[in-house]
Design a protein around this ligand. Structure first.
Ligand code: C2E
Ligand code: CA
Ligand code: CA
Length: 615
């Protein structure tokens, strides 16, 4: 091993400049958002590249309480020396090591290989690699969650004393700032992936975890389950007990899930009161068992509601299994969602896998989407006649979809639209066509009749679509349909099957239509959800009596109910319309009671009407 010549003064100056330039350059990259290792590595590389006297640089990063240090990154011609280096492994190196001392006191620690006692354990090996002196810098405070150490070795014992430590110390400060920023960034990243209320993964992070796991499961042909879980009637808890209790329930449900599931399972908050659990390596039967356990545990749990009261909650869950229920994430999530919907529909506090009907609903939803996009949804019109003289007074527009495979069952695609929250699109499309049809009929001087359209609450929630329809009605229907009447031909049917909930909101949305002269009909009255309250909450001009109720006209009791309703109609000022009249006897009996209008196969089935026909 040859000892290098002492440095000449000129060389010292040149060295200092070269090192300063290299460190400056490394510093210029500090702000680029690397992690801690990305910050310290270029520092080591720059030093080794800047001077042939610097024969080795290594770095270490770790927890503040680490007692044994092994270099994590080594660079320089003498790199072999550091590769076997272990600091703090035994009593001697624990107390003596310059690196550990630098970590302990935060200042640079210089040590000459030949004379410094701290080098004793490594002296021979260091000299064999041409190392004469080292300087160690630490990064991070004792209470930071990550600390760093950089050690630099030169081949001249007086190298650092003659050059001075200033450029290194300056760099140490800069790097320290960058490391603090990196730690902060990491903390923010964690916050961005965690839901602040529950501390569980948020939706984005859960989606990412799901994607990662799905790819792996696909490769390894391994089953897994998804559980979509929703707190039943959460709105009641939230409205009844207040948001604080609501939040507590959400947080506690999250806790129960995490406690009950295995460490390798993932739980995320998927929405307001919705959670998604990913159960790796789990088949359907096991997934179902796990879901049932969760359900039972949450049902037994009492959630604190203030200091003295407690509240109970139940959950509904949709289960989807890979690969049986879907080959990709979207399909699996849709199936879990469908299962959840069925669990809720069938009474809540239960676990469900999407039924065959649910699955076919999913397929129908895809056909519906295609039909909506390509304008294949068409209205069929069913006449509504006056029972007194058989005149056609109105027509109801009913949605039809014709595909190359045949006509889709209306109830089925309406359910699919409802399920996927597309009813507003369907209604908007249908009503638009009816407005045009009505205008064309007026232009062709056909008899003036009313047009009944079915309106979902979903449509009423879409203000922009409602506004668009209102604009079209005032633009298109106005000139041809108004004549001098205040009553316009369009009648909006709202079914009592839909929970109307906030009457004020519905009233506000409908106000401009009513002001314009458009009338309202209450659909499906007597279908089981009947509430006379509806009759007084909104100004209905028509009440359509449900087929089930109409059928009861054959019984004395049914006739009494219908007669009572007819009396009420007289008092409240609405017309009655009997739905689903299928034979003459029924029509006669209804006429005898005084029911105003009727529709049904006995009079005419719904059929398409060509707007352009003149005959
Ligand atoms: P609805 O509003 O009660 O419509 C009456 C339903 O009874 C129609 O079924 C009609 O074809 C059927 N019908 C008519 N006469 C008779 C009869 O004599 N006997 C029997 N058994 N049925 C008869 P459709 O067309 O299958 O529609 C089913 C439901 O789908 C409708 O019930 C309505 O709630 C909904 N719907 C249809 N079109 C639309 C739409 O454009 N928008 C919305 N939101 N819902 C719609
Ligand atoms: Ca209707
Ligand atoms: Ca109806």
């Amino acid at each position: 091993m040859t000892v290098a010549n002492p440095l000449a003064d000129a060389t010292v100056q040149a060295e200092r400049e070269a090192l300063t330039a290299a460190l400056l350059q490394a510093a210029a990259h500090l702000a680029q958002g690397q992690d801690a290792e990305g910050i310290l590595r270029p520092f080591c590389e720059a030093l080794v590249a800047a001077s042939r006297h610097i024969r080795l640089a290594w770095m270490w990063l770790g927890a503040p309480d680490t007692t044994i240090i092994r270099p994590a990154y080594v660079v320089g011609p003498a790199h072999e020396y550091a590769q076997a280096l272990v600091l703090g492994a035994d009593e001697a190196t624990r107390s003596l090591s310059p690196g550990l001392r630098a970590l302990a006191n935060g200042r640079p620690v210089m040590a000459t290989v030949r004379s410094d006692p701290t080098f004793a354990p490594w002296r021979a090996e260091a000299l064999r690699h041409g190392l004469e002196v080292s300087v160690s810098f630490s990064f991070g405070e004792a209470n930071d969650n990550q600390r760093g150490l950089v050690a630099i070795y030169a081949d001249q014992a007086d190298y650092f004393t003659r050059l001075g430590l200033n450029p290194f110390v300056a760099f140490q400060h800069l790097a320290q700032v960058a490391l603090t920023q990196a730690a902060l960034r990491e903390r923010l990243n964690t916050l961005a992936t965690l839901d602040s209320l529950t501390g569980l993964l948020n939706r984005g992070a859960m989606q990412a975890a799901l994607e990662g796991h799905h790819a792996q499961a696909q490769c390894q042909r391994q089953a897994y389950c998804l559980l979509l879980l929703d707190i039943d009637r959460f709105k009641l808890i939230n409205d009844g007990y207040g948001h604080v209790v609501g939040d507590n329930v959400i947080r506690d449900v999250g806790k129960v899930l995490q406690e009950m599931l295995r460490p390798e399972d993932r739980v995320g908050r998927w929405g307001g009161e919705e959670f998604l659990c990913l159960l790796p390596g789990t088949d359907c039967a096991t997934g179902n068992r796990v879901a049932e356990d969760l359900r039972a545990r949450i049902m037994d749990h009492t959630f604190p509601a203030g200091t003295v009261r407690t509240v109970r909650a139940t959950v509904s869950q949709g289960l989807a299994c890979f690969p049986t229920d879907g080959r990709n994430i979207e399909e699996l999530l849709n199936h879990a969602d469908m299962g959840l919907y069925e669990a809720k529909r069938d009474g809540r506090n239960r676990v469900a896998r999407a039924s065959d009907r649910g699955r076919s609903l999913f397929a129908t939803a895809q056909q519906l989407e295609a039909a909506l996009t390509s304008g294949q949804v068409r209205p069929a019109y069913q006449p509504i006649i006056a029972l007194s003289d058989g005149h056609i007074m109105a027509k109801e527009a009913l949605a039809r979809i014709i595909t190359p495979e045949g006509v889709l069952e209306t109830e089925h695609f309406i359910e699919a639209a409802d399920r996927f929250q597309w009813l507003h699109r369907l209604d908007h499309d249908m009503i638009g066509q009816v407005i045009e049809h009505c205008a064309a009929e007026r232009k062709a001087r056909r008899p003036r009749i009313a047009y009944f359209v079915n309106v979902s609450i979903d449509l009423l929630h879409h203000a922009e679509r409602v506004q668009d329809l209102l604009d079209r009605i005032t633009r298109t229907t106005m000139p041809c349909c108004t004549d001098t009447d205040a009553e316009k031909p369009l009648v909006i049917e709202i079914t009592e099957r839909q929970f109307l909930g906030d009457f004020d909101a519905v009233r506000r949305t409908l106000a401009p239509f009513l002001a314009f002269g458009i009338r309202l009909a209450l659909d499906d009255f007597g279908s089981g959800y009947s509430s006379f309250r509806y009759l007084t909450e909104l100004p209905f001009a028509f009440v359509k009596l449900d087929r089930g109720l109409v059928k009861r006209v054959r019984t004395a009791q049914g006739r009494r109910i219908l007669r009572g309703l007819q009396d009420l109609a007289g008092d409240l000022g609405f017309r009655t319309i009997a739905e689903g009249v299928e034979d003459e006897d029924c029509a006669d009996a209804l006429a005898a009671i005084g029911i105003d209008w009727a529709q049904g196969h006995y009079f005419a089935a719904p059929r398409f009407e060509d707007t352009h026909e003149t005959g």
